[in-house]
Design a protein around this ligand. Structure first.
Ligand code: GLC
Length: 432
């Protein structure tokens, strides 16, 4: 081979590979990694949203699909954050564990990002932003949607059995369930009165708090002291067990299997009269393929006599990793997801309750989701779990003991005495 031709080829190849590296390197800068979990329809929605964002901005988004279970989502994110990995750049966080992420120093101050002045923080639920979005004076997250536990009911079945409205008290819920369950079983042996989340995970604590608060109980954490072993809480826990073992209106697999999706699917298949779930279930129940489409109503959860109707405050917030190497792009994505247009789509397409309060006045949203107006009040008064960095440790103790009671392995008093002891230890360790 002639030397000059050979050298030219080599030089050509070097230029080509440099050019390729340059293109792919510069393209890589524009790839944003976004971690999000949820039900299949929610993940499809996010995928479409990422594609639209890319079309509008040229920024490619790599979507990391996480499970629905909040505990698993948290653990998945923590692996990368603990190792200071730059991916994912941006992710959704549960209001329950945002305090832990903030205290670990993993969240970027959103106000320090380019164009931060265009983040319309004043448009979001102020109580929620103050509870979870601000840490040591810094804005570390924005609520994409707010959650609160709700009672779903079968409008057709209540009517069929002569009930004119959903239950106001737990006693009414039992009476209605007992009657309807007995009659419906003639044609559907798998029919149950009331399904809710009783498996050992975060959702169980949310359910427990609703029963407890609706009996004037709850979880009180004050001046480093925890109070969970109260008469009101013991009664609430006994009641949860009775739903399964005494009234027998909730299935035995409540404490082994029932998480949000299991409960949602069970009800959606037409196998229950009442369901406790978050607002996301609405969009699924009303979907084209749903056997209960057009037969579902929503109301606040019932209460005990003298108690108040209670809903645990849930919801997911968007935050940017302090280790991200694409913060500018991440900020653009955050602006996009929190814009009026996208927040409206979240409500219309998924039935979610947006973090932005102005959506609750949108005429189209209100005509298609009339219940949203009342829900805004439910969310404003929802019961917040303690926003402390060690909340997940508190929750782990509660999950274990409450689930043991549901499984019949322990009595409510013993479980709450032990919970209080162990949680006090968690609090003491943290203060040390
Ligand atoms: C929902 C709520 C979240 C809660 C979780 C429990 O995702 O939004 O706040 O912790 O359910 O399963």
């Amino acid at each position: 081979m002639n030397h000059t031709i050979g050298n030219r080829r080599i030089i050509g190849a070097v230029i080509l590979s440099l050019a390729m590296c340059f293109t792919s390197c510069s393209r890589r800068e524009k790839v944003l990694t976004f971690a999000v979990g949820g039900a299949p329809n929610e993940l499809d929605f996010w995928e479409q949203l990422c594609e639209n964002f890319q079309k509008e901005t040229g920024i490619e988004v790599n979507l990391i699909r996480q499970p629905t279970d909040t505990d698993q989502r948290r653990q998945g994110l923590m692996v990368g954050l603990r190792a200071k990995k730059s991916d994912p750049d941006i992710f959704l966080m549960d209001v329950a564990w945002i305090g832990q992420f903030a205290a670990s120093g993993w969240l970027e101050d959103l106000n320090s990002l380019p164009q931060s002045e265009s983040i319309e923080v004043e448009k979001f639920f102020p109580t929620v932003v103050n509870l979870a979005g601000i840490y040591e004076g810094k804005l570390i997250a924005l609520p994409i949607y707010v959650d609160g536990g709700l009672l779903y009911y079968r409008t057709d079945l209540l009517e069929k059995y002569g009930f004119r409205r959903p239950p106001e008290t737990w006693k009414e819920l039992i009476d209605m369930s007992t009657k309807v369950q007995a009659r419906e079983r003639a044609t559907n042996p798998d029919f149950w009165g009331f399904v809710w989340q009783g498996a050992q995970y975060e959702g169980l604590v949310c359910n427990f708090l609703e029963f407890a608060v609706s009996n004037n109980g709850g979880l009180l954490l004050e001046d480093g002291k925890i109070s969970v072993n109260t008469l009101e809480n013991v009664q609430a826990l006994q009641f949860m067990r009775d739903l399964i073992c005494n009234y027998r209106i909730s299935p035995p697999n409540t404490f082994t299997e029932m998480k949000e999706e299991e409960v949602r699917i069970f009800f959606q298949q037409g196998n229950a009269l009442f369901e406790r779930n978050w607002p996301y279930a609405w969009g699924n129940h009303q979907s084209e393929s749903s056997p209960v489409k057009g037969k579902v109503g929503i109301s606040p959860l019932p209460s005990f006599p003298g108690g108040r109707k209670a809903s645990t405050l849930g919801g997911w917030h968007l935050g940017i990793s302090i280790f991200s190497d694409s913060k500018k792009e991440a900020a653009q994505f955050l602006k996009y997801v929190t814009s009026y247009g996208i927040q409206k789509q979240l409500a219309l397409n998924l039935g979610w309750n947006p973090g932005r309060v102005d959506i609750y006045e949108d005429p189209e949203v209100l005509s298609r989701l009339p219940h949203l107006k009342d829900l805004r009040v439910v969310f404003e008064n929802a019961y917040a779990r303690p926003n402390v960095p060690y909340y997940t440790q508190i929750s782990e103790v509660l999950q274990r003991y409450i689930n043991a009671v549901l499984a019949g392995k322990m009595e409510p008093v013993e479980a709450l005495v032990k919970s209080e002891e162990e949680i006090s230890e968690v609090v003491r360790n943290y203060a040390r």
